[in-house]
Design a protein around this ligand. Sequence first.
Ligand code: CA
Length: 233
Amino acid sequence: MQRKIRILIVEDEEAIRTGLRDVLVFHGYELDCAADGNEGLDKALSGSFDLILLDIMLPGMDGFEICNRIRSRDREQPIIMLTARSSDEDIIQGLSLGADDYVAKPFSVAQLVLRVQAVLRRSRIAVEMEHQLQLGDGIEIDSRNLSGRRGEQALSFTRREVEILQYLKANSERPVSREELLNRVWGYAKNLQLETRTVDIHIAKLRRKIEPDPAQPRYLLTVRGAGYRLLTE
Ligand code: CA
């Protein structure tokens, strides 16, 4: 039998911690909990969790510091921050420290479970992908350290940009729509209405990095009415 997916909850408020645990156990996950920052960091660094749900305001050590320390050891560990709804700054800081996503408190159970499933799906896709991504024009990208090169020229990418390239490469036999990219790479359900323009902005940034002439793409193509397609040769 396949082992259960293991999730760590780091949250000092007992009601939230218990509520989260019960919901996720109900959905078939195996849970462990920590009620303060130091215990949370110790458990998180054991490396035995498929996902960590991390509160920000914690006794001992806050969630930002924990996230930072996990990331300095392990770039791949999936992390979802639990933020206060009103605080855009918390969200931005959490994501810039490398959290994969966030859920704003108070959250709906349905939304939380969707985010958990999306982050786990993305991390599985990432594990299944090869770390080396080769494109035409001698471009090589290493998804582990988000760096690459074209001949002598060093390139650097964001995690999201590499995920887009990986997803397009895995589906290179067909164009991929903006909506599909939002769903599968960002992991957002359609009803969250993240604008498809977000995808276009990322594609434009990627073209500036990988295309010899970004105005005349040779690898990252627009397929009219269908989306984007990556040519790997
Ligand atoms: Ca708290």
